[in-house]
Structure formats: C-alpha cells, structure tokens
Design a protein around this ligand. Structure first.
Ligand SMILES: Cc1cc2nc3c(=O)[nH]c(=O)nc-3n(C[C@H](O)[C@H](O)[C@H](O)COP(=O)(O)O)c2cc1C
Length: 216
C-alpha cells in the first residue's frame, strides 16, 4: 500500500496497512472461521401498544451486529407506543412487509463508515412503498458524535447512500455502545488496533425525546 497521499498521514496509512495485513493473515491461516464467528446476538421481534383498542401501526426495523441498536429500537418502540400507536420492533433481516404500517422507522449500526448492508438492501428493495409513507431513519455510531462542524458533516455522510434512495426522510444520530464481548475475534482485533475503547454513550433521554417528536 503506497503511503504517500496527503489526505491520510503516513502513520495512519501504516496502521491501516498493518490491520489489513493482520486480518488477511488471520483469514487465510485457516483460523478464519474462529476469527469471524460472532457471539449470539438476539434479534427480538416485539409489539408495543394495545392491539384491541389502537389502530395505527408503526414499524421500527433495525439492523445490528453487536446488539446496541436493538436496545435503541426497543426504547423508540416503547416511547412511540405511549403516543397511542401499535409499534412493531423487528429486525430487517426478517424483511418485514411494509404495507400494514402507517409510518416506518429504520435504524442501523455503523461499520467502517457505512450503514449495515442488509439495512440499505431493505430500503432499496422497498424504495417505492417507503417513498409513499412517512419514513424516519436512526443511526447508531461511536465516532463523529461531537457538536463541531466536522463531526456533524462526517456523521451526516453516513447516510449519503440512503438519501439517494429515499425522498426526504427524518434523520436521527445516536451515540452507540462498544462492547468487545459482543464482537467477533476479528472485529475485536480491528477495534483494538484503531484504538477503540469499550464505552456506552447511548443517551436514553435523547432517544426517547426523539421518539416523542418524530412524525409530528
Ligand atoms: C468493527 C467496527 C467498526 C466500526 N466502525 C465505525 C465507524 O466507521 N464509524 C462509527 O461512528 N462507528 C463505528 N463503529 C461503532 C458502532 O457503530 C457502534 O458501536 C454501534 O453502537 C454498534 O451497534 P450494534 O451494537 O447494534 O452493532 C464500529 C464498531 C465496530 C465494532
């Protein structure tokens, strides 16, 4: 990997090259299966709200790797149901049918600067119907969580590919959680090499306040 471009320092470039080499070595050494095996992360399917008296349904579909986005989706579901909606919280990997819902919230964790591919695929697959309903997106991330202009621009960029598919969705960005016990060996190794530390930055008041205001 040539380490001469100006947009990335030589030190960072060597770090990235080192991580790539180490990951390739682990993957090719026959330890690939062990290295990429993930801990079991539950992906629950939950319904909030009294279905005998309420009619309007909202879907909260989530994509996760280590589980913290699931807990955010559940907090959003609980809060929204207090506004007299039936709220279904479901994983995008189950490809929930969007037709029964009056509005849809889709949330994803960030990995390597991107929404998880299954969440983007789900939106692409349902583009037409999503663009006929109120849609809101939330993103769980650890980097670029600050109030400065650069952090703001960087986190907004996480959604660029999705904004090409959807017409004017509402957007929210929530600081997430880094828990090494929930990562595969390879992800843990990459996380440690880039200097990531375990932390839970989720702001439950911010998450619930957003759920109280979304679609108003
Ligand atoms: C391998 C790896 C790569 C990550 N890459 C990014 C990133 O590029 N930008 C960012 O803001 N957060 C990044 N994160 C942090 C996650 O987005 C954050 O921990 C999130 O809460 C994870 O959600 P989940 O627990 O639902 O998977 C990364 C985490 C891991 C483990």
């Amino acid at each position: 990997m040539p380490c001469q471009t100006k947009s990335i320092s030589r030190r960072d470039c060597l770090k990235v090259a080192g991580i790539t080499l180490a990951a390739t070595a682990v993957t090719c050494s026959g330890l690939g299966f062990v290295a990429t095996r993930k801990p079991d992360i539950p992906t629950p399917d939950l319904v909030f709200g009294d279905e005998t008296i309420l009619r309007d349904r909202i879907l909260v579909a989530y994509a996760t790797r280590a589980g913290s986005t699931v807990e955010i989706a559940i907090a959003i579901g609980e809060s929204l149901s207090q506004r007299n909606y039936i709220v279904e919280v479901r994983p995008v990997i189950d490809q929930p049918d969007i037709n029964p819902y009056q509005a849809v919230i889709i949330g994803s964790a960030i990995r390597m600067g991107n929404w998880l591919p299954e969440a983007v695929e789900y939106i692409k697959h349902n583009q037409q119907i999503l663009n006929q309903k109120p849609v809101a997106l939330f993103t769980a991330h650890m980097l670029n969580a600050g109030d400065d202009e650069t952090s703001r621009a960087n986190r907004l960029a996480y959604l660029n590919p999705v904004r090409e598919i959807l017409t004017d969705p509402e957007e929210a960005f929530f600081a997430g959680k880094m828990d090494f016990t929930k990562l595969s060996f390879l992800d843990r190794m990459i996380s440690r090499m880039v200097g990531a530390v375990e932390d839970d930055l989720r702001d439950w008041d911010k998450i619930r306040t957003w759920a109280q205001a979304v679609f108003k």
